[in-house]
Write a protein that binds this ligand. Structure first.
Ligand code: NAP
Ligand code: ZN
Ligand code: ZN
Length: 347
């Protein structure tokens, strides 16, 4: 074991503060990564404040991790010291169940070891996330990053990128399709960039009129301010896919009604409260309400390679770790353009 510095919260109403903890020495298949940047996902806030229940404290959040390989175990084949590398939302899984064998490790039938607020595969050792100086991960759960991409802007791909890429692929988004992205935050802005890059016609549905210009710059053809009276009326039955990234309670029926026949509302946002769904919102156009959780290892690497090929990265605001609480507050006010990323040099 070796000591690692990070930022942790001790409970749902505590603040994130400096914290030292132990990480394992790299085993034969492990890489040790010096973390350069870690994105701030809204899931970090939900979990640090225990909004979903079951949180494990002390908690070191962070699952949009990029850095450079500092050490490798003797059996590591895909990485060498100095390589850029990334870690996303989970660091292990059973590797043998049907989901793991299908490359959908995030849906492991035994145990997915999420990067923080979870347990390792022994189900006893807590996992600690990327608001820290280093991390040790099996190379199988570590991603290659194209050296040409700016590392700080790549970090958010590890969660916001894959979480939007995966349902866009699942529901075969492409040319000739009309896609709506609800919520222009970290996930939403990646959803717009990715859906536009796949050739879809993209509409942003946002509560922030001030984001209109950005929506167009990111690749959307249309922008609708959803809190203006009657704003959604003209969009009824219009979209093939609605990608809902909203982090707080909102009326799902209003967005279901925007789907055409057989359209899909892909829910990726995770508001803490249950959301009522009217049967009529679904049955009238044989609409589908679907959920999606991040993406598997294979698809995450595919997404990173796709983004390198198309030169797609996140729009970020890099902050010192001492400003993490202020960044949380701004994120909660939808005042993020479009992902806060912590510069780990400041730790
Ligand atoms: P974010 O950066 O805070 O973006 C959320 C956006 O939702 C805001 O910028 C805002 O956009 C909109 N919004 C916020 N409150 C709203 C409200 N009351 N009504 C309508 N719109 C509202 O958050 P994020 O990091 O993108 O994460 C979004 C959600 O996805 C979170 O719940 C997070 O936990 C979840 N998530 C899920 C997965 C998964 O695997 N499924 C992965 C990562 C994150 P406008 O200003 O444009 O309205
Ligand atoms: Zn996330
Ligand atoms: Zn499994």
């Amino acid at each position: 074991m070796f000591p690692t510095r990070g930022y942790a919260t001790q409970g749902p109403s505590s603040k994130l503060e400096p914290f030292t903890f132990e990480r394992r020495e790299p085993g034969p298949h492990d890489v040790l990564i010096d973390i350069a940047y870690c994105g701030i996902c809204h899931s970090d806030i939900h979990q640090a404040r225990d909004e979903w229940g079951g949180a494990i404290f002390p908690m070191v959040p962070g699952h949009e991790i990029v850095g450079r390989v500092a050490r490798v175990g003797p059996q590591v084949h895909r990485f060498k010291v100095g390589d850029p590398a990334g870690v996303g939302c989970f660091v292990d899984s059973c590797r043998t169940c049907e989901s793991c064998r299908a490359g959908e490790e995030q849906y492991c039938e035994d145990h997915t070891a999420f990067t923080y607020n979870c347990m390792e595969m022994d189900k006893r050792t807590p996992t600690y996330g990327g608001y820290s100086s280093q991390i040790v991960v099996d190379e199988r759960y570590t991603f290659k990053i194209a050296p040409k991409l700016p590392l700080a802007n790549v970090a958010p791909l590890l969660c916001a990128g894959i979480t939007t890429y995966s349902p866009l692929r699942q529901f075969k988004v492409g040319p000739g399709q009309r896609i709506a992205v609800v919520g222009l935050g970290g996930l939403g802005h990646m959803g717009v960039k990715l859906a536009a890059s796949m050739g879809a016609e993209v509409t942003v549905l946002s509560t922030s009129r001030s984001k209109e210009q950005d929506a167009h710059r990111l690749g959307a053809q249309h922008f609708v301010a959803t809190n203006e009276p009657g704003a959604l009326d003209a969009l009824a039955n219009r979209f093939h896919v609605v990608l809902d990234t909203v982090s707080a309670s909102h009326d799902l029926n209003a967005y279901l009604n925007l789907l055409r026949l057989d359209g899909v509302l892909a829910l990726v946002g995770v508001p803490p409260q249950p959301i009522p769904v009217q049967a009529f919102s679904l049955i009238m156009k044989r609409r589908i309400l679907a959920g999606s959780l991040i993406g598997g290892i294979r698809q995450t690497q595919e997404m990173l390679d796709y983004c390198a090929d198309k030169n797609i990265t996140a729009d970020v605001e890099v902050i010192p770790i001492q400003q993490v609480e202020a960044a949380y507050e701004r994120t909660l006010k939808s005042d993020v353009r479009y992902r806060f990323v912590i510069d780990m040099k400041t730790l």
